[in-house]
Write a protein that binds this ligand. Structure first.
Ligand code: SF4
Length: 221
């Protein structure tokens, strides 16, 4: 069973698949503790906030409510629902607190392709065809380390950047990782000018990609 906070269809706003129509499945629960987190309502899996499953099949991320859905139930609901997208983004919270193999296999059996977005602090357990985005969260309040297994499995490494120290952190993380088959992206934190300029300059120097959170500029979910 997976604790689902919300399901909604929108456009992927960031990373290499920016602009792709996507169904977002947001799972409840995260103990990583990023201070800038914009989904803090997903952190706690409070039994008092458990609801019936139909309530999470719509956008309402303002509260920490969640419902337990099985992989098959969720895949059935997405395939039978009024969705056009065939790309499913499993996010959180921290989705890799769960073994995502049953869910990604069930979704693929219904004709969907899956992407996950993870902090890299839990083992990545997904289908072979899942596109894995690791946004490494280093030295956060939860005290969790970024795992080599997660970085090695990543198709995309998307690093939040505000200052040079974050680039240095990424260099350390990637020191022993073969990135030749990966897309490395820098994503400015908080849309601040200095962070954006640093990210642009570094991307040009390293031949990395810039990831802009376009959904924040467009003011969409
Ligand atoms: S890993 Fe994601 S959900 Fe968890 S605290 Fe960090 S930004 Fe928020």
């Amino acid at each position: 069973m997976y604790p689902v906070n919300e399901v909604f269809e929108t456009i992927q706003g960031e990373g290499s698949h920016c602009g792709v129509p996507s169904i977002f499945v947001r799972l409840q629960g995260c103990d990583v503790g990023c201070p800038w987190c914009d989904t803090m309502h997903t952190w706690e899996l409070d039994p008092a906030n458990q609801v019936v499953e139909i309530e999470v099949m719509q956008v309402d991320g303002s509260v920490g409510r969640w419902a337990n859905l099985s992989a098959q139930n969720l895949a059935d609901r997405l395939s039978q629902g009024n969705y056009q997208a065939k790309w499913v983004v499993i996010t959180g919270g921290e989705p890799c607190m769960h073994d995502l193999r049953p869910l990604t296999h069930a979704l693929e059996a219904k004709g969907f392709r899956c992407q996950i977005e993870t902090s890299g602090t839990y083992p990545v357990l997904v289908s072979d065809d899942t596109y894995v985005t690791v946004s490494p969260k280093v030295d956060m309040k939860g005290g969790k380390a970024v795992l080599t297994q997660a970085l090695a499995r990543a198709d995309e490494i998307k690093h939040p950047v505000a200052r040079q120290a974050h680039i240095d952190q990424l260099d350390q993380l990637l020191a022993d990782i073969d990135t030749s088959d990966k897309s490395v992206c820098l994503q400015p934190i908080s849309q601040k000018h200095a962070a954006t300029q640093l990210a642009i300059d570094t991307c040009i120097q390293r031949n990395w990609r810039l990831s802009v959170q376009t959904h924040k500029y467009l003011n969409i979910d």
